[in-house]
Ligand binder design. Structure first.
Ligand code: SF4
Length: 341
């Protein structure tokens, strides 16, 4: 199956990145493809990405790759799903209107890859050692979708093999992308949990610009299951608008027809929510968005960091929770729902 392939319009390098074999390899590869190469003193402060409006700046940033050295030794914590984030990349070329990174990556969410993966994995080893004999859980996609850059860096493949050798650690990734061919034959030892994020085909077409189709994602899920990875699907964000029962029921039946769901396969279910800040950012980038974000139809919940969220009303989410629990246990008796929020 042909795969969606991310091809950057321009690639920035930190001078120090060129001291590493991966930095050199990427430099010579992108030069040979006649992709403009630029320099940046820091991967955290890249200037010169074109775009005079927020929408243009956003789109140009999503076509920009920055190759750098990750200096910070500490990993961010990642509660409640894992102990730590594992930073192998930042951002992604997808342009989902409701991207969860919209509020954290600023106006120009350019893609970053790090050439010093060995240092990053050494740091992971230190954390694992500290918590031994408890298992340490890492999340590999807290700040990125790491798969689209994988054909260039092979960082995820190395990470999966690294975790395959760890007795006291596990890692989890979630993706909407399907460049997984190089991951299928790895010695993962079932220590990597791979999930694909999906939604109704209409929403993918309407809101998840520059990402693979539902069909491609389900095909990739099937391949990951067949490769023996612990695996799952995240359905997010779930829109509880008129007709949702029929639409999500049909999505679950499509999954049933495509994916041979094994024991322990996970479902993660996230209903749509937004903050005032996210809504403003979305309207800056997509002034004509059709995303349902009408505050008067939602319930407001104060958040931990002062940002309140607009959720669907409780009776609607309760009904949805019952619906998904029943449908999933009928259709996929071997699967488990990790959470519904
Ligand atoms: S694929 Fe994921 S990380 Fe990329 S834009 Fe969409 S939601 Fe954001």
């Amino acid at each position: 199956m042909s795969r969606f392939m991310f091809i950057p319009k321009r690639v920035y390098f930190e001078p120090e990145a060129l001291k590493y074999p991966l930095g050199q390899k990427l430099h010579s590869y992108f030069s040979s493809q006649n992709i403009p190469i630029l320099q940046t003193t820091s991967h955290n402060r890249v200037t010169g990405i074109p775009g005079s409006t927020p929408a243009e700046g956003y789109r140009e940033a999503k076509d920009t790759l920055v190759v750098g050295v990750r200096k910070s030794k500490d990993f961010q914590t990642c509660k409640p799903s894992a102990h730590y984030q594992l930073p192998i990349a930042t951002s992604c070329p997808g342009k989902c209107e409701y991207c969860y990174l919209q509020t954290t990556l600023g106006k120009k969410p350019y893609l970053r890859v790090y050439v010093n993966l060995d240092d990053i994995l050494k740091q992971a080893e230190r954390y694992i050692e500290e918590r031994k004999p408890d298992i340490t859980m890492f999340e590999g996609s807290a700040t990125s979708d790491p798969i689209p850059v994988e054909p260039y860096t092979h960082s995820m493949a190395k990470t999966i093999e690294f975790f395959g050798r760890q007795e006291y650690a596990r890692i989890s990734f979630v993706s909407k992308f399907t460049n997984i061919d190089s991951l299928l034959d790895l010695e993962h030892n079932k220590h990597t949990h791979m999930r694909f994020s999906i939604n109704l085909p209409d929403f993918i077409r309407k809101y998840e610009h520059s990402t693979p189709s539902l069909e491609e994602r389900l095909q990739a899920t099937r391949e990951i299951v067949e490769a023996g990875y612990p695996s799952g699907l995240m359905i997010a964000p779930i829109f509880l608008e008129t007709g949702w029962q029929e639409d999500y029921g049909s999505l679950l039946r499509t999954i049933k027809e495509t994916v041979p769901v094994p024991d322990g396969f996970t479902f993660e279910l996230i209903t749509h929510r937004f903050t005032a800040r996210a809504k403003k950012n979305i309207l800056d980038i997509y002034p004509g968005t059709e995303l349902p974000m009408e505050e008067s139809t939602r319930r407001f919940k104060f958040g931990q960091f002062g940002y309140g969220k607009y959720l669907y009303p409780k009776e609607v989410t309760d009904e949805a929770k019952n619906f998904f629990e029943k449908e999933i246990s009928d259709l996929f008796p071997k699967a488990k729902i990790k959470y519904f929020v």
